[in-house]
Design a protein. Structure first.
Length: 119
């Protein structure tokens, strides 16, 4: 199983970034995909989630209207489009999957990518 994240970096307040998460080694279309973030000294919190079958989405209140999660099952990739970024969005962002595997339900994590919002 491989989950590889890309994107992230340094952006000014009000700017945009897009994170990508490419997965392999499991049936991507059957997995619920999520983005989490963890700021220094804080717990890891869910930012956005997208369902497997219906691709329904849900967001943390702090990012609603600014972030959009999407998935491309043909590319085994999930995205997080982040607009109108704020300094409080600064964190390490993690991609997460949860769903069935040959060994039963499993959850997998990406390696994390730093997003820094600063002028």
């Amino acid at each position: 199983v491989h989950i590889v994240q890309s994107g992230g970096g340094l952006v000014q307040p009000g700017g945009s970034l897009r994170l990508s998460c490419a997965a392999s080694g499991f049936t991507f279309s059957s997995h619920v995909m999520s983005w989490y973030r963890q700021a220094p000294g804080k717990e890891r919190d869910m930012v956005a989630v997208i369902g497997s079958a219906t691709s329904s989405t849900n967001y943390a209140d702090s990012v609603k209207g600014r972030f959009t999660i999407s998935r491309d099952n043909a590319k085994n990739t999930v995205y997080l489009q982040m607009n109108s970024l704020k300094p409080e969005d600064t964190a390490v962002y993690y991609c997460n999957s949860w769903g069935p595997t040959d060994w039963g339900p499993r959850t997998y994590w990406g390696q994390g990518t730093q997003v820094t919002v600063s002028s």
